[in-house]
Design a protein around this ligand. Structure first.
Ligand code: FES
Length: 281
């Protein structure tokens, strides 16, 4: 059992837990994730480790309420417990002095990009960051990202903060205005990571994306997290979660992400019928 030490609401439907998990905090590296189960009948969901504090033995989890499990998680409070946490899983991000890197986070994807950005900055890179959300109120970790970046750009779909448009639009401008970019790291919804990879491909800028498909065992045994990268089958839980954005089969990734939409709808209906949620589904 893992106790939630602190809970914050970062934006509508985006919540942050600080969880006491000393064994995971001790080994966690930027880019890695955990799989959790909130109770013994709960599904297993992967969440990227948004931060870790080895001294206090805590990890930070940031999640968006999008389905039954995340809505149920959102109802937990500081002092409550999560039944299982397995991790850290996956390969850590490759942190090296590349030169000029652009770190991009879209929506709740800003959470996993933050520790990677911080590590890239600490490794001596010049860091340009771009974060985006639907609107100003949905933006998360803006101050934290600014603190670990040489420059920070913001994009919102409705123009309520920063530039109106998508992070990929801002990236195109940054590429036009920069002498050189050595690496782009993008984490967010699949269409956003696909768009970023399409922007960088003609310029041959190496682009790393982080895939977060459906996962079950997290050990490469079940095949649930299968993705196709460079025409090879990979398992995101053990071969990833980071992959070369120019090699990912985005169509297959999007298709597989929609695989359980009906089942999720049924699970949400049961949850909503209980009168416990305010999801307006
Ligand atoms: S989650 Fe089962 S193989 Fe990756």
């Amino acid at each position: 059992m893992y106790q939630i030490i602190d809970k914050q609401i970062l934006a509508p439907a985006i919540k942050q837990f600080i969880v006491c998990a000393p064994d995971i905090a001790k080994k966690a590296q930027p880019g890695q994730f955990i799989i959790l189960r909130i109770d013994d009948i709960g599904e297993r969901i992967p969440l990227t480790i948004a931060d870790f504090d080895r001294q206090s033995g805590t990890i930070t989890l940031i999640f968006q309420e999008v389905g039954r499990t995340t809505y149920e998680m959102g109802k937990l409070d500081a002092g409550d417990y999560i039944l299982d946490l397995v991790g850290p899983l996956g390969k850590a991000s490759e942190i090296e002095p590349y030169g000029h890197v652009v770190c991009i986070g879209g929506g709740v994807g800003v959470a996993p990009v933050y520790p990677i950005t911080r590590a890239l900055k600490q490794a001596g890179n010049r860091v340009t960051s771009i974060i985006g959300a639907r609107s100003k109120e949905h933006l998360i970790l803006k101050d934290e990202m600014a603190a670990v970046s040489d420059e920070l750009f913001v994009a919102t779909d409705d123009g309520s903060e920063g530039q109106k448009g998508f992070v990929s639009d801002v990236l195109a401008q940054v590429i036009r205005q920069s002498d050189s970019i050595d690496l782009v790291v993008a984490i967010g919804p699949l269409p956003m990571m696909k768009a970023v990879s399409a922007v960088t491909k003609p310029f041959e800028i190496h682009t790393t994306v982080s895939l977060n498909p459906i996962m079950v065992d997290g050990t490469g045994m079940c095949g649930a997290c299968r993705v196709s990268v460079g025409d090879e089958t990979k398992f995101a839980c053990v071969d990833g979660p980071e992959f070369d954005g120019h090699l990912v089969d985005w169509q297959l990734a999007q298709q597989r992400a929609r695989m359980f939409t009906n089942e999720e709808g049924i699970a949400m209906k049961g949850f909503c019928a209980g009168g416990e949620c305010q999801c307006q589904k």
